[in-house]
Design a protein around this ligand. Structure first.
Ligand code: 13P
Ligand code: SF4
Length: 319
């Protein structure tokens, strides 16, 4: 604990010294989220982080999250310095959607609008007509379906299928998945539900269909946090990254929160409901964010100017 206090004090000093603000995702460790709050920074979902960063007047944004969030911040605010505790923090959706293959897929279907999830590289965003986060995905696809647009969706197959079912949109799906949400299992979840029959089941739509089918409420991180407070149930079984419990408990202090199980009997989980890349944003790593020159995000200018078009549509759609 003494070491942690030293790291926290160092980070606080550095933020002031460098006119920097800390912006953290709900999935980062509770101490990182608390530090963002204590220092006048921000904790939110990927869309809220993008908006907060773009509007803030600090010279430097420290993005505690995964790489696509840093790239989005840079594209929206090219004049700012964007630092991340580590540039190694990626995302299985981004990794599973290489630009060359995705671009080929798009070229094969020139009659379709390309809609991609924010969890992608700047290059994939530059190839897209729309970028969405899970908090606005259903609304944007509803809007496009009303105009009879045919869609290519990437990379998350589970989120794509969920939106398709909700909106009836004509969508061709890229077959990516989030390794964290993909590990929630129905058999074990049913057992947890049987132990807590009075609990509501909250599920992020990156989870497999059978898990979504068991949910009382399906939504993005910010929507799940709101639902934990709004639903009348006293207990919540939550199928998303357990980092969300920090904010969820703060917003719903009287509720009992239970993490959904990630593996069936005898099996082991790879992530155990905590994203291995979000986890890299540890306090001691953050305390060295101004050291060396390997923590700054740069985006190729041609890609950035192309990716800015769908990213601005995303930010403006959600105003
Ligand atoms: P949000 O857009 O809800 O922040 O989710 C991002 C993410 O990585 C989900 O796994
Ligand atoms: Fe990517 Fe899943 Fe981690 Fe979110 S939780 S950053 S989707 S790997």
């Amino acid at each position: 604990p003494a070491e942690k206090d030293t790291h926290k004090a160092t980070i606080k000093e550095l933020l002031v010294k460098h006119n920097a603000v800390l912006i953290a995702h709900y999935y980062t460790d509770p101490e990182i989220q608390a530090l963002a709050e204590e220092t006048g920074g921000f904790v939110g979902d990927s869309l809220e982080m993008a908006k907060f960063g773009a509007r803030h007047d600090a010279e430097t944004l420290i993005i505690a999250g995964v790489k696509f969030m840093g790239e989005t911040a840079k594209i929206l605010s090219p004049e700012k310095r964007i630092l991340m505790p580590t540039l190694e923090a990626t995302c299985s959706l981004d990794l599973g959607c290489p630009i060359d293959e995705f671009s080929k897929f798009c070229d094969q279907h020139p009659d379709r609008e390309v809609v991609v999830y924010a969890n992608t590289s700047a290059a994939v965003k530059a190839r897209a007509d729309w970028v969405v986060t899970s908090s606005i995905a259903v609304d944007v696809l509803e809007y496009l379906a009303e105009q009879d647009k045919k869609i290519i969706w990437g990379p998350d197959k589970h989120l794509g299928r969920y939106i398709q079912q909700k909106t009836g949109a004509d969508m061709l799906l890229w077959q990516g998945a989030c390794i964290v949400h993909d590990e929630f299992k129905t058999k074990a979840l049913k057992q947890t539900m049987a132990l807590h029959p009075d609990a509501a089941v909250l599920v992020h739509p990156e989870s497999p269909q059978e898990v979504v089918d068991l949910a009382d409420f399906v939504g993005s991180t910010s929507q799940l946090i709101k639902a934990a407070n709004d639903l009348p149930h006293k207990k919540m079984i939550v199928a998303t990254d357990k980092g969300i419990f920090y904010k969820m408990q703060q917003k719903a202090p009287t509720k009992e929160l239970i993490i959904a199980p990630t593996a069936g009997e005898g099996a082991t989980c790879r992530s155990c409901a905590h994203c291995p890349w979000m986890k890299m944003n540890a306090l001691h790593v953050l305390s060295e964010v101004f050291e060396g020159n390997d923590k700054e995000i740069f985006v190729d200018e041609t890609l950035a100017s192309k990716a800015l078009i769908p990213l601005e549509k995303m930010v403006n759609f959600a105003k």
